[in-house]
Ligand binder design. Structure first.
Ligand SMILES: *Cc1c(COP(=O)(O)O)cnc(C)c1O
Length: 360
């Protein structure tokens, strides 16, 4: 089968081996004579899928099951924008506004309580990450977005926020690099960027903090505790999506874990950013500080919209898909998630070189 070179921002490229394993399980799940779509989520065989996905997640992140729980929820990352403040915003929360998704998280939190927008790069259309952030110090939590999918910035290190619980939306760089995951009380990610198909979000939560601080006056299904106590099986989970995430986690382990995945991601990103640096008048990277450049979503403009259209059309003819920037910002974007092969990035770089020579 001829695979296209997939640069879509999400849903996005998955490892071919994961697609093949899923294809097989769609017809016959683990030799049970039923599809993964047809088996009860209460069956032992499916229990195993969830339990292994939970254990693999913690193993990859270097977290202990005594301290952290892993749950799989429907509703995408967007439901987490609401669940986080519903559960944990008692009085005031700090939010760092680094893009469109962070802004949506802020909007939801404001419906529940007081939000201190402690830093924002909105004034420069999110072309950088805020520096020297002063956190409130007495907030219920601090919320950050580690990778800004639309604007192409990424936190390369994990902030120090003192004793205040740290929460992160890691949707678009989940398990793409090593992080100090122990610094976080809650991490969430929609699966469809780096881990699997749409339909499921993964949540990693510090149990003791949840027990101590989560509100129990909200709807049962919106309480993290409900899902943690039920082993992520309070209601029927998005079974197929969880299955695919489980296979992707095993793929990450087989690839050598986060260290190996990160090294490859750095190499891939460098190939494209080196071209920006070689032809800065032509490939105008949209992120102003090099240290903020995302390893996952590379964003840029060409000198004119006509050239951008031409670049995308010619790339498409070479089977490179998904290079158009987000509809809110225009320009171009290459999403080069974990499963994007080196060959796809090399082909894109070749296209960029040729296109520059023909159109400069
Ligand atoms: C895609 C994305 C979201 C939204 O995810 P849904 O699953 O569509 O709700 C939230 N945050 C970030 C950083 C994203 O990239």
């Amino acid at each position: 089968m001829a695979r296209a070179h997939n640069f879509f921002a999400g849903p996005a490229v998955l490892p071919l081996s994961v697609l093949e394993e899923t294809r097989d399980a769609i017809m016959d799940f683990a030799g049970n004579g039923v599809s993964i779509m047809e088996i009860s989520h209460r069956d032992k065989a499916f229990d195993k899928v969830v339990a292994e996905a939970q254990a693999d997640t913690l193993a990859i992140m270097g977290l202990s099951a005594d301290e952290y729980s892993v749950i799989f929820l429907g509703g995408g990352a967007s439901l987490q924008f609401a669940m986080v403040p519903l559960n944990f915003l008692h009085k005031k929360a700090d939010y760092v506004n680094t893009g469109a998704w962070a802004s949506k998280a802020i909007k939801e939190a404001k419906l529940i309580g007081e939000v201190a927008e402690v830093a924002s790069s909105k004034a420069t259309n999110f072309n950088q990450l805020p520096k020297n952030i002063k956190y409130s110090g007495d907030a219920d939590y601090v919320h950050i977005t580690t990778n800004n999918t639309i604007f192409g910035t990424q936190w390369k290190s994990d902030p120090d926020v003192g004793n205040v619980p740290l929460i992160a939306d890691m949707s678009s760089d989940m398990l793409s690099m090593k992080r100090d995951f122990k610094k976080y009380n809650l991490i969430y990610a929609g699966a469809q960027k780096n881990l699997g198909p749409a339909g499921v979000a993964i949540v990693i939560i510090k149990k003791a903090w949840m027990e101590a601080k989560a509100k129990q006056s909200i709807s049962t299904i919106l309480q993290y505790k409900t899902h943690v106590d039920a082993g992520s099986m309070y209601n029927t989970p998005p079974c197929v999506s969880v299955f695919v995430v489980g296979k992707t986690l095993k793929w990450i382990i087989k690839e050598g874990g986060l260290e190996a995945v990160q090294a490859r991601n750095q190499k891939k990103a460098k190939i494209i950013y080196d071209i920006f640096d070689a032809y800065p008048e032509f490939y105008k990277g949209s992120v102003v500080n090099k240290e903020d450049r995302s390893l996952m979503n590379v964003t840029w403009n060409l000198p004119t919209p006509e050239l951008e259209e031409k670049f995308i059309a010619e790339a498409k003819a070479k089977k490179m898909l998904g290079l158009k920037g987000h509809r809110s910002v225009g320009g171009m974007r290459a999403s080069i998630y974990n499963a994007c092969p080196m060959e796809s990035v090399e082909l894109l770089a070749k296209h960029m070189e040729e296109f520059y020579k023909a159109n400069k």
